[in-house]
Write a protein that binds this ligand. Structure first.
Ligand code: GDP
Ligand code: IMO
Ligand code: MG
Length: 430
């Protein structure tokens, strides 16, 4: 019996995780975010109404689910309260349904200012972060300098620690980045405005989850970002600052090392990336432009244009391995509908024609990669909204079979449009 599943992005994020988490939440009791922060943007479309969630788990739109923001997430109190206000406007209540871990590291305005200042300072070699303060907040966490949500209960400790942090960051802002210092009192007063509301939803979320597991409740672990942005396994240094792979679940929930019943890897039928960094199959032609336009490839968090390219089965295979993926969900196949031919990357060679078998480590090696493609026939008809596999054109089925054969993993869900209902379920997971 499957009681818990992990939903993880296989590429550089924005694979359509939010849509699938929402879809599977119908049969789930708990939905858990375990890493990242409001750098995520997860889109759910129900009857043409679009909701974008950044911190709140994507199961919140089903009124019986319990949503958890686990220990490994970095949280801006101000942002979270704003997001709650927004979903309240759509008549969605979070009362007794949304719980925040007391162990979450707080994103302070200092983190956001430093993130921005560094990006500006680095110019062309910048990471292209979301400028939400994610990296600096995680840095504080591992440097044992951070403030945590539970610390809000202790005003004296909180203000003393905040003072120390303000000295640390103001010296960087002034001396390294030629910026103005940020007034510590202003930050303290601002954060205290949200204290009451934040503490109302704060608790020991790991106990909730341990109990849920004992009772065999159904749990979805909702990944943010994608495996190629993982701090260890991604295209370093062009990555985010958390473990975006399933390993983040074990450190980011307080559940310890347990057996995941099923890991669902989400991949688009092509590739996108927002921000800088390696992207071997990137396209700079009309087809890339078609993916951008038809796929509406604009970042849900920052509004930036996403870079686009062909699907990369070499990188997909790596993501499958590091996440112990059991099944795949292939999203956005409808974006390929008009194409005469579809290319899939099946290997790499170096610019001097040497075959490359290992995925590079150093950023300098990535630049030498030339993708090797297999060309498949396009289907040139609409797949939008199809919800039965047998109704797909033969060429679309062949595309699915090719990916399955190459990766040796079954495609269990196919997404044919943004709406909850635009989905082909090939295997009932829960
Ligand atoms: P996430 O971060 O992985 O949750 O993905 P995002 O929400 O950032 O980006 C995915 C975008 O694709 C959203 O605008 C979704 O509404 C949309 N989407 C998801 N699945 C499909 C699909 O199968 N077809 C189309 N056309 N759009 C989709
Ligand atoms: P979801 O959950 C796509 C990217 C940024 C940047 C890098 C580091 O919606 O898939 P950060 O602000 O995290 O320090 O930025 O990571 N990035 C994402 N790209 N989808 C996301 O989340 C992302 N979250 C961060 O663009 O390249
Ligand atoms: Mg997104």
């Amino acid at each position: 019996m499957i009681n818990n599943i992990a939903i993880v992005g296989m590429q550089w994020g924005d694979e359509g995780k939010g849509k699938i988490v929402d879809l599977l939440s119908k049969k789930s009791n708990y939905i858990v975010r375990y890493q990242g922060g409001n750098n995520a943007g997860h889109t759910i479309v129900i009857d043409k109404k679009k909701t974008i969630l950044h911190l709140i788990p994507s199961g919140i739109l089903h009124d019986k689910t319990i949503c958890i923001i686990g220990d490994g997430v970095v949280v801006s109190p101000e942002f979270l309260i704003e997001e709650i206000k927004n979903i309240n406007k759509s008549n969605i209540s979070i009362k007794n349904r949304l719980f925040l871990s007391h162990n979450c590291t707080i994103i302070l305005p200092y983190h956001i200012f430093i993130d921005r200042a560094r990006e500006k300072f680095q110019g062309k070699s910048s990471i292209g972060t979301t400028e939400k303060g994610i990296g600096p907040a995680y840095e504080d966490q591992v440097a044992r300098r951070g403030l945590r949500i539970g610390d809000l209960k202790y005003p004296n400790y909180f203000s003393k620690k905040l003072k120390e942090i303000s000295i640390y960051y103001n010296s960087q802002l002034i001396n390294l980045y030629n910026q103005e210092a940020i007034d510590y009192n202003f930050i303290l007063e601002n954060i205290l405005k949200y204290k009451k509301q934040i503490l109302e939803i704060t608790t020991d979320t790991s106990s909730i989850l341990i109990n849920a597991k004992k009772k065999n409740k159904k749990i979805i672990f909702e990944g943010a970002q994608g495996s190629l942005l993982d701090i260890h396994h991604g295209t370093y240094p062009y990555v985010t600052s958390s473990n975006t792979t399933v390993s983040g679940i074990f450190s980011g929930t307080g559940l310890g090392p347990f057996k995941l019943d099923y890991v669902l890897g989400i991949t688009k039928a092509y590739s996108t990336r927002v921000g800088s960094g390696p992207f071997p199959t990137e396209l700079f032609n009309d087809i890339g432009n078609h993916f951008f336009k038809k796929g509406n490839e604009i970042g849900s968090t920052t509004g930036r244009r996403r870079r686009t390219g062909w699907i990369d089965l070499v990188l997909l295979s790596q993501s499958i391995q590091i996440n112990s993926v059991n099944g795949l969900c292939l999203t956005k196949i409808d974006i390929l509908d008009e194409l005469e031919e579809i290319k899939v990357c099946i290997g790499y060679q170096s610019i001097d024609n040497k075959k490359i078998t290992n995925i590079p480590c150093s950023i300098c090696d990535w630049e030498k990669l030339v993708p090797i493609y297999k060309t498949l026939s396009g289907w040139k008809s609409s797949t939008l909204g199809i919800n039965k596999f047998q109704h797909l054109p033969e060429e679309a089925k062949n595309f699915v079979y090719f990916i399955e054969k190459f990766t040796k993993i079954s495609i269990d869900i196919i997404s044919t449009g943004p709406d909850r209902n635009h989905t082909i379920i090939l295997r009932n997971i829960f």
